[in-house]
Design a protein around this ligand. Structure first.
Ligand SMILES: C[S@@+](CC[C@H](N)C(=O)[O-])C[C@H]1O[C@@H](n2cnc3c(N)ncnc32)[C@H](O)[C@@H]1O
Length: 247
């Protein structure tokens, strides 16, 4: 079994693919200026939990965009079940090459996904898609304090060296042409209830299935290592919602 297949076996059919929850999507949305029928793009939407919540919160048109078709299929099913296909769509595309006209969007949304392109690069490259005064909301892994212990610093250095502190990310946002209109930290509960508890359960089940396959077990171990590091160092980092407006 290929490592990537095992990875997607762990991650298929989950409600969401990053820490979060509908109430936090709502909390961030309520920080935005009022908008009538906004055009919203949910970038790296995964199975589309936030896409669906944004559709319920707004009366606008919401596009969920991702590269992984099985996640988009999951979102399409949710859209059909909710009877929202007239104003919500699932689109296969890359955040590195967003094919939308300049200034055509009111809101760009990215929960746990902007790190893929990098916080600063995403802010800079996506900005032209926003109409003047449009908003960008991103939840981003962020240090809560400087000088983290070596073990967790090394983990992030290998996985996402661009991780910054809140002041650093706000400075980056200002330099890229955004002002802060809101900010909050996801509570630890949102990591466990929203995401890690489900991943842990999956991993436990798959350990039996792959008991004799060391390569597959290594993928499972890696997932558990990430979770254990969060358990140990959750005082040092977490997800911060940055609610920004184009200046
Ligand atoms: C950590 S998950 C977060 C998913 C979702 N926002 C959520 O909170 O459930 C990151 C997502 O980004 C997607 N992704 C990875 N590379 C991408 C790219 N180049 N363009 C668009 N999406 C991408 C992955 O398929 C995955 O669904």
């Amino acid at each position: 079994m290929e490592a990537l297949e095992v990875f997607f076996e762990i991650h298929s059919g989950l409600d969401r693919e990053a820490p979060g929850g509908d109430r936090y999507t709502r909390q961030a949305f309520e920080m935005l200026p009022e908008m009538d029928r906004p055009r919203i793009l949910d970038i790296g939407c995964g199975p589309g939990a936030s896409t669906m919540e944004l559709a319920r919160l707004s009366n606008g048109h919401v596009t969920g965009l991702d590269l992984h078709q099985p996640f988009l299929d999951q979102l399409s099913k949710r859209i059909d079940e909710a009877g929202l296909s007239d104003r919500v769509e699932a689109v296969n595309g890359s955040m590195f090459d967003l094919d939308f006209p300049a200034e055509s969007l009111d809101v760009l949304w990215a929960e746990g996904s902007i790190y893929i392109i990098g916080f600063e690069k995403g802010l800079r490259e996506w900005r032209s898609l926003l109409r003047p005064g449009g908003c960008l909301v991103a939840s981003e892994a962020t240090w809560f304090r400087p000088e983290p212990p070596k073990e967790i610093r090394d983990f992030w250095k290998a996985g996402y060296p661009g991780i910054g502190t809140i002041p650093e990310n706000l400075e980056r946002a200002a330099a890229c042409g955004y002002r802060q209109i809101g900010l909050f930290t996801l509570p630890e509960d949102a990591w466990w209830v929203g995401y890690y508890n489900h991943v842990e359960k999956r991993v436990q089940a798959l350990r039996k299935k792959y008991a004799d396959e060391p390569e597959a077990l290594a993928v499972l171990d890696e997932e558990i290592m990430e979770i254990e590091l969060y358990r140990k160092y959750s005082q040092w980092y977490g997800y911060v919602f940055f609610v920004l407006q184009k200046t």
